[in-house]
Ligand binder design. Structure first.
Ligand code: SF4
Length: 472
């Protein structure tokens, strides 16, 4: 039997067709506009059955006993134990001493709302996502420049500029569109320090010095302005601050910037020629722009390329998605007045968007070790492994040892889970129905349909949150 759903083994949210036999997932295939022989293989999806039925899946809740060993437990006992931890901390140290960390594997959208709703109703402002080391800085730059993160229209573009992203390995659905467009005459430019598979297909590969993307974008802006390759009509009708930008860009002539970014001046000139001569053009930007101190400014400079060349919100360019109105269910109004989150020193991340909330997870380590701005006593980690993903694992481990209570929610046991007092087994994407939404404008919205029963006693994250809420 074939069933249709959304794969959420990563954040690309590809529509997939799943083959089910006797209630078991046997294979899954991405839906693609290309004939089968031209489709790109997603190794994670190819391994969907192997991952789903892995012997390493957590199948029951685990509770650490007095001797430090894990024993299997019922959901009743495990959830009661976690709820007791919440209530004990609230009574002894105040609700704010409980913190909820959420990783990428927990899906965007409703699952994020539910954890926030639970914590806000409980009285703690400390529900924290991992956005500061992922795409949120980049999303802020898009949003503060023209309202929302753009969606590149690769299949209709005549030139595609891929900046810090290797879609063959990370988003094969987008890579297929890029390669299809290229085979149909579009030009491809790739900015990446590494010669990725996509860079190998490009008309022009710019092997930039890592973390110097903003400089390159400014040099391109300078060249576009001085050679008058910008879209004058678009700039006049739709932009503000062009004269100010011209002034700033004067500081970044190609000859000066090229050696600083490890490129030849002619390589940058060629990129400008290709990007401005072949319209419409789109830019596919990726995490390569995020993982640096200047992520916000570098991304803004890249965003300005779209606007200056009039490729913004036009077919084949970079489309600005319309907002999908959704009710905010996070119950922020229930938080006690004046309680600051431990991320208080990062107000932009805290307030960027009403439902996105706080995003700087490293604050929990500081709060644990230095007890500033106040101590954290209990931590719930939902679909993440901060002991591995936060910087300085030794420091993170030292911090986690100070916790009175650590709970993890995950389909697999991981290093963080091995330190936990209670481990709750979460279902994988094929085992749960939920609503995913993307970006600040909730567009696109995607329904992920359950196609198989949860493996073992695992349960969807949302079910776990609801059951905790019921107890609290
Ligand atoms: S890229 Fe692969 S793992 Fe990610 S959502 Fe698509 S099919 Fe799933």
């Amino acid at each position: 039997m074939k069933r249709h759903t959304i794969c959420r083994l990563c954040s690309s949210c590809c529509p997939v067709e799943v083959e089910i036999e006797d209630g078991r997932l046997v294979s899954a295939a991405r839906k693609s506009f290309l004939p089968r022989e031209k489709q790109l293989i997603c190794p994670k999806l190819k391994a969907a059955a192997e991952i789903t039925y892995s012997p390493h899946r957590l199948k029951t809740p685990l509770i650490r006993d007095d001797r430090g060993n894990f024993r299997e437990a019922s959901w009743e006992e495990a959830l009661d134990r976690v709820a007791d931890g919440f209530l004990h901390c609230k009574k002894t140290y105040g609700a704010r001493s409980v913190c909820w960390l959420r990783g990428m594997a927990a899906d965007w959208g409703a699952p994020w709302d539910y954890a926030n709703r639970l914590m806000n109703a409980f009285g703690s402002p400390n529900t924290i996502g991992n956005g500061s080391v992922c795409h949120v800085g980049r999303e802020m730059a898009h949003t503060l420049t023209y309202g929302a993160m753009t969606i590149p229209q690769v299949r209709k573009a005549r030139c595609i500029l891929v900046w810090g992203k290797n879609d063959r390995d990370t988003s094969p659905n987008i890579a297929e569109g890029i390669i299809w467009a290229k085979e149909n005459g579009a030009k491809l430019i790739v900015v990446d320090p590494v010669k990725t598979w996509l860079a190998g297909q490009a008309d022009l590969w710019l092997p930039i010095k890592p973390a110097h993307d903003g400089l390159l974008a400014m040099a391109m802006l300078h060249e576009i302005i001085t050679t008058r390759r910008y879209d004058e009509k678009f700039v006049q009708e739709w932009t503000v601050g062009f004269e100010a930008l011209k002034k700033v860009a004067e500081k970044f002539p190609i000859e000066k910037v090229a050696p600083e970014v490890w490129l030849q001046p002619d390589q940058i000139r060629r990129a400008v020629e290709l990007y401005t001569a072949h319209k419409p053009a789109c830019i596919v930007d990726g995490n390569g722009l995020d993982m640096q101190i200047t992520a916000f400014d570098a991304t803004r400079a890249v965003c300005l390329l779209r606007a200056l060349t009039g490729n913004l919100d036009r077919e084949g360019g970079d489309f600005i998605p319309q907002p999908v109105p959704l009710r905010n269910i996070q119950l922020k109004e229930r938080l006690p007045q004046g309680v600051e989150p431990i991320t208080r020193d990062y107000p932009l991340f805290n307030t960027f968007h009403d439902t996105w909330g706080r995003q700087v997870q490293s604050c929990v380590i500081d709060a644990l070790l230095d007890e500033k701005p106040y101590p954290i006593k209990m931590l719930v980690v939902q679909s993440g492994n901060p002991l591995v993903t936060l910087m300085d694992a030794g420091r993170v481990e030292k911090a986690f040892k100070k916790l009175e209570f650590l709970v993890t929610i995950d389909p697999f046991q991981n290093r963080t889970g091995r330190m936990a007092h209670v481990v709750l087994p979460a279902s994988l994407c094929f085992e749960k129905t939920q609503l995913n939404r993307a970006h600040i404008r909730n567009n696109p919205l995607m329904i992920q349909q359950q196609v198989i029963e949860p493996v073992g006693e695992s349960r969807p994250d949302w079910w776990i949150v609801f059951e905790l809420a019921r107890r609290l």
